[in-house]
Design a binder for this molecule. Structure first.
Ligand code: AKB
Length: 315
């Protein structure tokens, strides 16, 4: 069967790279990029593009009816930092956007749905190190609350309606192709840009703030691997814990100094994102993803740093 894939939120940090990867595998015309904004890069030229607001169910219905997708990736969301600036919008977009897609996937018999969750589902009382798939979860950002509620909806639709919905709890994603979208982990991208442009970076998180991170190449590969896995290998229908590496700003700066020896890192005190970072785990246990469908990250800190700097220099 020919796959027909919708990617909603195609212009964002993940969508930009996911659309390209899916088009390489399934063919340009079979992957429809959808976003509320016009893309200003390759996606529009290399395959179909549709303007879609995931909160407009009528428009979504028209798009589902037009393409009859076999797979849908819903990436449109407000992240942790921007979500705190507009909590009601974050809840509306993250929650009702998901429910619209889950409902339409049932009406149009979409074979598989992908929706990303996040380490933001954990909170101040979750274990900090090697955080388990199942543990205390008390997110205190609207983003985290919406992701945890979304996970429960995904599992509910799977159990009640048999919908094949799959999900990963992304850590901070590090990439060079598209800008990050307003998260707490974004410092780990800005630092590379400023290191190359200015030779210094003023970090909004403190020196010792350790957070789970993942290079985008690994994130895209892992996401497609999960979507390709046979359904009987998927034991988690809420969202899989997923890990790559963990580091502090200080450790990342030391790695950058191996390439830019004079790089200087300073810190801004009292940024509201610090409180969010302090509520999240330092590292994640992703044994279940490894055992269920063979997940294995390829990028460690030195490989990721070298790749980021090389690509940003050439950009
Ligand atoms: C954020 O910082 O909000 C995101 C995330 C961890 O989900 N990068």
């Amino acid at each position: 069967m020919t796959e027909k894939i919708l990617v909603l939120g195609s212009n964002g940090q993940i969508g930009t790279e996911l659309v390209t990867a899916l088009r390489n595998t399934y063919g340009e015309s079979n992957v429809v990029a959808c976003d509320i904004r016009r893309p200003d890069y390759d996606i529009k030229n290399s395959g179909p593009f549709e303007f879609v607001n995931v909160l407009e169910k009528d428009t979504l219905n028209t798009i589902f009816n037009k393409y009859k997708p076999t797979q849908v990736y819903l990436l449109a969301a407000l992240l942790s930092a921007t979500g705190e600036q507009n909590p009601k919008l974050a809840w509306d977009l993250n929650m009702n956007g998901l429910l619209n897609i889950l409902d339409l996937a049932i009406v149009y018999k979409t074979a598989k749905v992908y929706w990303p969750s996040s380490i933001a589902v954990f909170g101040p009382n979750s274990p900090k190190d090697n955080t388990d798939q199942f543990c205390v979860m008390d997110p205190n950002t609207v983003y985290g609350i919406s992701k945890l509620a979304g996970e429960r909806w995904c599992e509910y639709y799977h159990q009640k309606f048999g919908l094949d919905v799959r999900s990963i709890r992304y850590p901070g994603l590090i990439s060079w192709k598209a800008a990050p979208g307003g998260g707490t982990t974004d410092y780990a991208i800005h630092i590379f840009h400023d290191a190359l442009k200015k030779g210094n970076y003023d970090c909004f998180l403190s020196a010792e703030t350790e957070l789970p991170m993942l290079y985008m190449d690994d994130a895209i590969r892992g996401t497609i691997q999960l979507m390709d896995a046979p359904a009987d290998q998927i034991s988690i229908r809420s969202s899989y814990n997923f890990a790559g590496l963990s580091f502090t700003p200080e450790v990342l700066a030391s790695e950058i100094r191996k390439h830019i020896p004079d790089f200087k890192l300073s810190y801004t005190a009292n940024d509201p994102r610090q409180q969010i970072a302090d509520s999240w785990p330092r590292s994640i246990n992703d044994e279940i993803a490894k055992n269920d469908w063979g997940w294995k990250p390829e990028f460690n800190l030195s490989k990721m740093t070298a790749d980021m700097l090389t690509n940003l220099k050439n950009k």
